[in-house]
Ligand binder design. Sequence first.
Ligand SMILES: *Cc1c(COP(=O)(O)O)cnc(C)c1O
Length: 222
Amino acid sequence: MSITQNIQRITAQLPDGVKLVAVSKFHPVEKIMEAYDAGQRLFGENRAQELAAKAPQLPTDIQWHFIGHLQKNKVRIIMPYASTIQSIDSIELLQLVNKEAARINRHINVLLQLYVAKEQTKSGFTIDEVLKAADDGAFKDLSNVTIAGVMAMATFTDDMEQVASEFEQVHNTFLTLRDNHFAGDPAFKEISMGMSDDWRIAVKHCATLVRIGTDIFGAREY
Ligand SMILES: *Cc1c(COP(=O)(O)O)cnc(C)c1O
């Protein structure tokens, strides 16, 4: 199936209010344009240099979400392009993003990445860490950042019950943060979870953003 058909097939299955982030990492701008011509405007990239190389070649009404582990020395590279950084995994990174956004006089949305997988390779705040940081006031008084919700990746496994239980933990943590720490803040509303193999499960557990690459663009050539 073509990129256009894949996007149409997936978006037709997403409930109202759930947005598709087309993960275009490792794919050339021509393929991104194919998705753009099919109406897709929200794209995800996970490497700073790659985003900074591709974004200037593409239409300016694309919204870029940065979804990969972000090293502190790369924040400045993506700041002009990313509309949302989904992968905030430490307070230091959050503060740096706020500072860099202020430096170029812009505002940026971020998501707090939660670590719920049974895998050492993934990053993010554990649930205890994120709740403690919220208690400590770490998510307040950020002049140039809006914390718009949470993001997570499930364990890479065939055990879909395991995946479902991790997505449930993410949803519950989102609710705790929203009700106890972001009460009254309508901007705190996003749950980004679900990839090509597990987005249907993520949607059942109240995902608002699904991040899909392979299922749209085919296999990546690394
Ligand atoms: C690559 C990537 C995806 C998309 O993965 P697919 O399995 O190709 O859909 C989603 N989220 C993150 C954080 C990624 O790095």
